[in-house]
Design a protein around this ligand. Structure first.
Ligand code: DWN
Length: 408
């Protein structure tokens, strides 16, 4: 298996009518945090995106091998409290609206540490599937049975044989991460009951292009979805999008409800109309986006250079995957940022991919007071600013790079 492959046609619809619209240069994988001794062996791959004029999808031009990206994964859902709370709410919605029998099966694709399923286990049968072996093992140990595997149409057959069809299939922040999305959707269709529901959340390209940061673009995310592109693909395999809702996660995501049964809510019609009005199905919009990123780069670099000229210290807050796109593309390295704090134990003690900034426990901030904090986990800004009020009271300023650079 090749480490990286250039795609000369759209992976969703097969059309060759795809246009390159963005080039962020070569970069390592955003979640490939590493040890010092591995610096010289670090991989780096082209990070470019293109727009398909036929099915209106926006995605990467190169596919890095999924094994390389996801087998040894460091990202843990449970490390971000706002996300854990969000999944608790979703679990309640699932059990209240869709589970009527304790024997119903809820299958989660990309279940990570079981943060969602653990809230459902008392009301239904639960099963997680996740390719990260260590995380799957820990989740199983903690009471969420998790198979360490990628999910695809072939694998869905063996799950169905063993566990029966699913009443609910859920997949959050996964549908951007799948190279062969059609095959995964076919797997969902195969395992879903006639009266079942497929619920998935995915970062919305409308947010990425307007408010959200370009930093959501990295090799793990093969696609940046609009409802148009998702609906086109689901319809092509005989599935129906029944409803959609916005959720305030990762800037702004959409939660899509799909199934085999017919019927479409007004919310679906409204969002399709809005996407059209926003130009999300037009090539020009994506071309303009590239310029916007360059302008943001100039603004942030100017602010940071001025701070450094005054010999002030800057540290990073949160080491999310997206932060590594921002740091690498903006060329903000270990000469500018002393260290980055992160609550994920498996990231602490490692260095950021490409920029080689040490990742440490947030406890360091009890002893060490920097002048500025660059908030790389900007999607949790509200909750982090509240949690770290004490730092701001000590005079520490937070630089929030997305959606617009601001200092608070
Ligand atoms: O799609 C993806 C999303 C859903 O999750 C993945 N490809 C990988 C990951 O992306 P991310 O790493 O950008 O996600 P988060 O949830 O924005 O990551 C937040 C990071 O910040 C985590 O490493 C935990 C850390 N954190 C922290 O140090 N202090 C988070 C909070 C809330 C905090 O208070």
């Amino acid at each position: 298996m090749k480490k990286v492959q250039l795609k000369n046609k759209c992976s969703l619809c097969g059309s060759k009518d795809v246009v390159k619209v963005l080039d962020l240069g070569n970069m390592p994988n955003a979640n490939s945090f590493l040890k010092k001794r591995h610096f010289s062996k670090e991989n780096s791959f082209p990070l470019q995106a293109s727009f398909c004029k036929k099915c209106k999808s926006f995605g990467l031009r190169h596919a890095v091998s999924s094994k390389l990206l996801f087998k040894n994964y460091v990202y843990i859902t449970g490390a971000s409290k706002p996300l854990v709370e969000h999944f608790e709410k979703l679990a309640n919605e699932i059990t209240e609206n869709f589970i009527h029998d304790k024997n119903d099966l809820v299958l989660e694709i990309g279940s990570n540490d079981g943060s969602l399923l653990k809230n459902i286990g008392k009301k239904a049968r639960i099963l997680g599937v996740d390719p990260a072996k260590d995380i799957a093992k820990k989740a199983t140990k903690s009471g969420v049975p998790t198979i360490a595997s990628f999910f695809n149409s072939k694998f869905s057959k063996s799950i169905k044989d063993k566990h029966g069809p699913a009443k609910v299939v859920v997949a959050n922040n996964v549908m951007a991460h799948v190279s062969d999305l059609k095959d995964v959707f076919l797997g969902v269709k195969n395992i879903l009951r006639e009266d079942g529901v497929f619920i998935f959340e995915v970062h919305w390209v409308g947010n990425l292009l307007t408010e959200g940061g370009f930093d959501q673009i990295y090799h793990e995310h093969f696609y940046y979805h609009s409802l148009h592109a998702l609906k086109n693909l689901l319809t092509s395999i005989g599935m129906n999008v029944s409803d959609v809702a916005f959720v305030p996660i990762h800037g702004q995501s959409i939660r899509v409800y799909a199934g085999i049964k017919k019927g479409t809510s007004q919310a679906v019609k409204n969002l399709l109309k809005r996407e059209k009005e926003m130009g999300l199905i037009s090539l020009t919009t994506y071309k303009k986006f590239s310029k916007k990123i360059k302008d943001n780069k100039k603004k942030l670099i100017k602010i940071i250079s001025e701070i450094k000229k005054q010999n002030k210290r800057i540290v990073g807050y949160g080491a999310p995957a997206k932060g590594n796109t921002l740091l690498n593309y903006f060329e903000i390295g270990n000469k500018i940022i002393d260290y980055i704090t992160d609550t994920t134990p498996s990231k602490q003690g490692l260095y950021t991919p490409g920029t080689h900034i040490p990742v440490v426990s947030p406890d360091i901030l009890i002893e060490d007071t920097p002048d500025y904090v660059l908030l790389l986990s900007w999607n949790y800004a509200e909750s982090i600013l509240e949690k770290e009020k004490w730092l701001r009271e000590k005079g520490v300023k937070f630089i929030i790079p997305v959606p617009k650079v601001r200092i608070v």
